[in-house]
Write a protein that binds this ligand. Structure first.
Ligand code: HPA
Length: 276
């Protein structure tokens, strides 16, 4: 067994001391989106500190717990609290929670994040299902798969022609329509952070073809695809990043916008999970 596979197994065994829940779906909650976890009827809550090889979260809005429970009728594992590259975590640590989900038996992962809106036709609080991403060197360009490939986990050159599962996107679109909820669909570009971007950078990112910009998600998506998991991801537009009318960024405002949009995203994810 490879070192990473052994770590995944060890972490999963530690979780299994606390829960026998069998779940195919894992959910990773982003900044300001912790309350989606409260919708989950929790059977067990396990602090990351009790799980070997799980990094420590440092963002205030992230608690760092694995929740085993049910969202509606569907059994799920929820990761409340993610690790970011800008916190100085290694990519291996950032993607470990997703690898743990795989070791626990999940084949589908749903991720959420707060992101800046680059598409001028969109507005604050909009929800976007990710159709694609941009992960270029100099923006973030961080691959958790750098170095020798771990063949126990997946292929050397994992395909990224459709990182976000088209069937899941379709289901999300259908679920949104049924709820009369407006759902955007577009491209997420990952940057390193933690500083926000300049006006010139936002202009460049928009010109590159991105609809939203954020500091997370992409490493986890790559690791999940490497493992052959199906991925769906959602962004909440928490601040508008239109170069010619840019306001000073305010993290409290960003979190408040995420919190306000959260009930809509929660309803959507709930309906999506129910349709799987
Ligand atoms: N830039 C990068 N990440 C973000 C932003 C942003 O403007 N807003 C929320 N996350």
């Amino acid at each position: 067994m490879s070192e990473t596979a052994a770590k995944m197994h060890e972490a999963a065994s530690a979780v299994r001391v606390h829960t026998r829940l069998q779940a195919r779906v894992g959910i990773v909650l982003g900044t300001g989106l912790g309350a989606l976890g409260k919708e989950v009827e929790a059977e067990t809550r396990i602090a990351y500190s009790q799980i070997p090889h799980m990094g420590k979260t440092s963002v205030q809005s992230h608690s760092g717990e694995l929740v085993a429970g049910r969202l509606g009728k569907t059994p799920v594992f929820v990761l409340e609290g993610r690790l970011h590259f800008y916190e100085g975590h290694s990519l291996e640590d950032i993607v470990f929670p997703v690898r743990l989900l795989k070791a626990l038996g999940c084949d589908t992962v749903i991720l959420s994040n707060a992101a800046g809106g680059l598409n001028p036709k969109w507005k604050l609080g909009d929800i976007m299902v990710l159709d694609d991403h941009i992960n270029l060197p100099g923006l973030a360009g961080v691959s958790p798969l750098l170095g020798p490939n771990d063949d126990a986990l997946g292929p050397r050159f994992p395909d990224m022609s459709a990182p976000y599962d088209p069937a899941l996107i379709k289901k999300a679109v259908t679920a949104a329509r049924k709820q009369k909820l407006q759902l955007r669909r577009g491209v997420y570009v990952m940057v390193t952070g933690p500083n926000l971007e300049t006006r010139a950078e936002y202009r460049m990112l928009r010109n590159l073809g991105a609809d939203v910009v954020g500091m997370s998600t992409v490493p986890e998506v790559i690791a999940a695809r490497h493992l052959g998991m199906k991925v769906a991801a959602f962004s909440i537009v928490t601040d508008m990043c239109i170069p010619d009318e840019l306001e000073e960024a305010n993290i409290e405002k960003i979190i408040a916008t995420a919190n306000k949009a959260e009930p809509r995203l929660t309803r959507l994810v709930k309906a999506l999970v129910a349709s799987l």
